[in-house]
Design a protein around this ligand. Structure first.
Ligand code: ATP
Ligand code: MG
Length: 585
């Protein structure tokens, strides 16, 4: 099927897009001017994420504006203004100081989306310590390995999580000095209570004079391709968080912004905390996990204007159909965006049907710290494309050469590795304790992303697949995304994951795993129908040879299909690192 471009009528929306004319903004943009849009620390040239996200708003006319609107699992709502957030985070920073936690030391968080998590994150940054979030659903092993690698000094968590996951192995974490329990009162041995600790701390805090190159955040990757890596990010990243929140997510100060990602992974921090607060918006945080009806009600009741979610959630909503949305008024929405996995063209267009707006796909990684390639509010969308590089970002499709260098592929529509020219402010500065792995990411003056893509003649980038997932079949290179998208076009398919299965003749054959929408029956007739659909759509060389039906596909905690696990299971091989696997799949 040929997907029609979605044309944008520039300037006719309720607010003028921050990025009106892509080529013009791109040619005028510089990271120096992007830095100049921020404050910097008072009385010096230091830069601190928390100052830009919180204190500078608290010191000005936005002090009373709601910074965080938190929706508890029960539905109760708590508003925290920028002024209040300044006080809460200052108290936390003072508490850390009182505990003797030094600049650069790591403060880990293991908690659901509760206000204290956000206070701890920003308070840690104020103190000049390093914030490292973990998914609250991680089991003891992944928690221990990450805390050990990151030399955790402090852990902020809840009593239940501590009792279940950390206390039994506390002796194996000798560097961990303080455990702060969000709901604790100090009665659990070896812990401190969050409320008492921060109540005793002062309201005012002079932010640590951090240099833009000082380490601020430690983020573990999603573990989709193997053992997660600890990516180091610095305070200077705020320049990119702020610029991309404005340009790629089109955030304006009066927006009510909802990023559905958990702060346990990078989207939930870069855009679930830092970027939007630096713009001065109201950040919506829902403690509850995905629930379609609750989400539609939240969009309606909170009058969300900009919504940032992920393909896995979009596919879950698509699975349930349009009908459940009809009872809700989502007309406050102005801009929808998606990240984390390739967004099938089907999903982009479904946004129009469901919410009257397309989903804008954008691409980035834990390593890039912020959005690198995006579909913009005022730029036509080509469904299935990731869009164009951010102003300030030079992206290319390259080929690795035998001599260790790379060649930029200038011809359009050719597949190669997606590469970025290093130097943007939120670029990772290393994989913690893995220098060799870090060095391997660079060649010939480029950062090599490990993803394959192609660029069309008009400069739009198209995701092909991860380098590890690409299928070599009978002389063809096949990207799993293309095959998955073709399957998604069939009305019965809710989700698809595609792998290469070793074959003595073709080297590999394409094998698809499919989860069905409600009301469709797995079986031979449907299998044959899907095979026929793909052959017609993709041609016999690219279409899957085999299709298996699964109830659900294995996914990482951040919602990505784990193709390597599908492959390992298919071949009866060891499953490798499954520390980020969502349970139950
Ligand atoms: P690991 O590196 O541990 O295997 P991961 O790569 O999934 O895990 P993240 O940094 O969370 O960890 O994810 C970044 C990756 O997600 C990208 O490299 C890309 O493969 C995929 N991705 C993110 N956004 C998009 C998108 N819009 N389109 C296609 N792929 C995307
Ligand atoms: Mg990765």
């Amino acid at each position: 099927m040929q997907w029609e471009p979605i044309h944008k009528k520039n300037g006719t929306g309720p607010v003028a897009p921050n990025l009106g004319d892509y080529d013009r903004v791109r040619s005028e943009f510089s990271w120096v001017s992007a830095r100049a849009a921020l404050d910097g620390l008072p009385g010096g040239d230091g830069l601190n994420i928390a100052h830009e996200a919180v204190d500078r708003h608290a010191a000005g006319p936005r002090a009373g504006h709601t910074a965080i609107r938190w929706i508890a699992r029960s539905g109760a709502v708590r508003d925290i203004s920028y002024a209040e957030l300044r006080t809460l985070t200052s108290r936390f920073a003072n508490a850390l100081k009182g505990l003797g936690v030094a600049k650069g030391e790591r403060v880990f968080a293991l908690a659901g989306r509760v206000p204290e998590l956000y206070v701890a994150a920003l308070g840690t940054l104020k103190a000049g310590s390093v914030f490292c979030p973990l998914f609250s659903a991680f089991g003891p092993e992944p928690i221990k390995s990450r805390m050990t690698l990151g030399s955790a000094r402090v852990l902020v968590t809840t009593t239940a999580l501590y009792r279940r996951k950390v206390e039994p192995m506390r002796a194996e974490l000798p560097e961990l000095r303080h455990v702060i329990l969000i709901d604790g009162d100090g009665s659990v041995p070896g812990t401190l209570g969050f409320a008492a600790l921060t109540a005793d701390a002062g309201d005012a805090f002079a932010i640590a004079p951090t240099d833009p190159e000082d380490m601020a955040l430690l983020h573990f990757t999603s573990g989709t391709t193997g053992r997660p890596k600890g990516a180091i990010h610095v305070h200077g990243a705020i320049v990119a968080h702020h610029a991309t929140a404005r340009l790629a997510l089109d955030l304006h100060p009066e927006d009510v912004f909802w990023c559905t990602a958990d702060p346990g992974w990078v989207t939930g921090t870069s855009y679930g905390i830092i970027g939007p607060l630096s713009v001065g918006v109201t950040l919506l945080v829902d403690e509850e996990e995905f629930d379609a009806e609750r989400w539609y009600r939240t969009l309606q009741d909170q009058k969300v204007t900009v919504w940032y979610t992920a393909p896995t959630a979009i596919r879950m909503m698509m699975k349930l159909g349009i009908e459940p949305i009809r009872g809700f008024d989502t007309s406050s929405l102005r801009f929808l965006a998606s990240v984390g996995e390739p967004l099938n063209p089907e999903g982009v267009v479904w946004g129009v049907e469901a919410f009257g707006l397309p989903f804008h796909d954008n691409w980035w990684q834990t390593e890039t710290g912020g959005i690198m390639i995006a579909n913009y509010a005022a730029m036509d969308i080509r469904p299935g494309s990731m869009g164009k590089p951010l102003p300030g970002i030079e992206a290319a499709v390259v080929e690795r050469l035998d001599d260790g260098g790379v060649r930029v592929i200038d011809e359009p529509d050719r597949e190669g590795e997606l590469a970025l020219r290093p130097g943007w402010p939120s670029m990772f500065r290393g994989y913690l304790n893995e220098e060799e792995r870090y060095a391997k990411c660079f060649a010939g003056g480029w950062y090599l992303s490990g993803d394959l893509a192609r660029r069309d003649a008009d400069g739009y980038f198209w995701f092909v697949g991860r380098a590890d997932d690409v299928i070599k079949s009978a002389g063809h290179l096949i990207g799993p995304f293309e095959v998955e998208s073709a399957l998604m076009e069939h009305p019965a398919v809710a989700e698809a994951g595609v792998i290469g299965k070793p074959d003595p003749v073709a080297m590999e054959v394409v094998k698809a795993f499919v989860a069905l929408k409600p009301g469709f029956e797995a079986g031979e007739p449907l299998r044959r129908e899907l095979l026929g659909h793909c052959r017609k759509r993709l041609g016999a060389a690219v279409a899957p040879r085999e299709i298996d039906f699964l109830k659900d596909l294995p996914r990482t905690r951040s919602g990505k299909i784990m193709r390597r696990l599908l492959k390992a299971r298919e071949l009866g091989l060891p499953e490798g690192d499954t520390s980020t696997l969502e349970s139950g799949t």
